[in-house]
Design a protein around this ligand. Structure first.
Ligand code: ATP
Length: 238
């Protein structure tokens, strides 16, 4: 079967910094795949490179077999990739509704009402806060908004960068639960980057470990969770 996302020997970086070296990774349609790794390992760079910036220096990125290597970000978004970036980056002065509608821009000609309903089913809290400015939401609500905004473009592939960052454990659990439901109920394919390796590996069908820009391990979420070297390096206490 052709993977939804097929990354083959990707290298990318910033000037003299080589952030990713020879990275190969596949995400099948309907999967949740997680990428774990320490600070600075290159996790965000990988998600951003899939979106076209930084541009790959070597290697190939394909979406259902179609080569998108080096394509501009807007063209990649139009092919069904949406990202909820690290740090949420919502528009603090815009209302929740306006933030969500910004995410629907890629939907040409389509009425965003159905997508809004899907977002409200997932995060009823956002419906209650529709007229409120983004900047007045709690951290967890802002994360819901960032994910909701990404969903508004009806993506085939959702890229999530550190959705639990800075959230209290209970709120993080709620966000992970929403990602699980979204995947189970709509079949949406998710590539998730997380510092919280325990929760992320429990949620994911498969995972990859990134160390200094290189993939060092891959396997099912359960298999990675059971590896002593993973427990030692990333799961302190679990
Ligand atoms: P974190 O969890 O801290 O976000 P990460 O695994 O997502 O870490 P990246 O942010 O992708 O890692 O960083 C990978 C490497 O690229 C690091 O050495 C980082 O310093 C470098 N880097 C990231 N962004 C830039 C940039 N805009 N310019 C130069 N170097 C960068």
């Amino acid at each position: 079967m052709t993977p939804l996302l097929d990354i083959d020997c990707l290298s990318a970086g910033y000037g003299a910094v080589q952030a990713l070296s020879d990275v190969s990774l596949q995400v099948m349609s309907g999967e949740i795949v997680t990428l774990i790794g320490a600070n600075g390992a290159g996790k965000s760079s990988l998600l951003m490179s899939i979106c076209g910036d930084p541009k790959p220096r070597a290697g190939r990125i394909r979406l259902t077999g179609e080569d998108i290597t080096g394509a501009p970000t807007h063209a990649i978004m139009r092919r069904g990739v949406a990202q909820s970036p690290e740090g949420r980056r919502i528009f603090p002065r815009m209302t929740v509704r306006e933030n969500l509608l910004m995410g629907a821009e890629a939907l040409t000609r389509e009425d965003p009402a159905a997508q809004l309903e899907q977002v409200f089913t997932l995060f009823p809290r956002l419906k209650e806060r529709l007229a409120q400015r983004g900047g007045t939401l709690s951290g967890g609500e802002q994360q819901m908004l960032a994910i909701g905004r990404a969903l508004m473009s009806k993506p085939r592939l959702l890229l999530l960068d550190e959705p639990s960052l800075g959230l209290a454990p209970l709120v993080a659990k709620l966000i992970f639960g929403a990602i699980r439901r979204l995947n189970a109920e709509t079949g949406l394919t998710v590539l998730l980057v997380e510092q919280n390796a325990f929760q992320a590996l429990r949620l994911a069908h498969r995972g990859y470990v990134l160390v200094n820009g290189r993939i060092t391990m891959e396997g099912s979420g359960a298999a990675l969770l059971a590896r002593p070297e993973i427990r030692e390096a990333y799961l302190g206490g679990h």
